[in-house]
Design a protein around this ligand. Sequence first.
Ligand code: DX5
Ligand code: ZN
Length: 225
Amino acid sequence: MYRIAPSILSANFAKLGEEITNVLDSGADIIHFDVMDNHYVPNLTIGPLVCEAIRPLTKAIIDVHLMVEPVDRIIPDFAKAGANIISFHPEASRHIDRTIGLIKEQGCKAGLVFNPATPLSYLDHVLDKLDLVLIMSVNPGFGGQAFIPEALNKLQAVRKRIDASGKDIWLEIDGGVKVDNIAEIARAGADTFVAGSAIYGAGKDSDPHRYDTIVSAMRAELVKV
Ligand code: DX5
Ligand code: ZN
């Protein structure tokens, strides 16, 4: 019931396909795909063409995290490119309920993302329509930042709301997740764990699929929860 979602932001882009198949063969569950636009966040990454290019490599879920503004125009492109989940930041949409509807009309699951200072009140009227809530434990824009502990309180609060809703809504954490804090994060209520630098920075030539050791270490921590 715990899902490990490597962020390909920290992968070697010169061999992205191999990096994706390796991390999945190492036991990761889903691919976290960070889209940044040098506008909503101060960085620029990858778009629908890259999503389309990696789609044939795997049946695993592609979890697209949109850090772009505006969001609506690009959603159908990601749906066509094979995204399974599309998440967006409420500050980046003029009409949050409409954006959620658009994602679902396109046949994808919808997620809402909360920056460290974004209040959970954005969930008040839309929680039932969401498939995923993503709590940012860093300010979005870059991999390799330190986990902000306040995210644990936020996770606990969202976990209560999800449980009260009775719906199967995933609770994902993104930013600064490592072997030494993943269990504590799970105890706070997360079930889906994005990890970029912690996984892609720990590849071993001696591992059969390069990331076996690090993914197993995270899994072993989760077993203790
Ligand atoms: C940050 C991205 C994250 C990032 C996480 O804006 O949304 O997905 O890749 O990287 P780490 O795990 O290195 O903090
Ligand atoms: Zn992300």
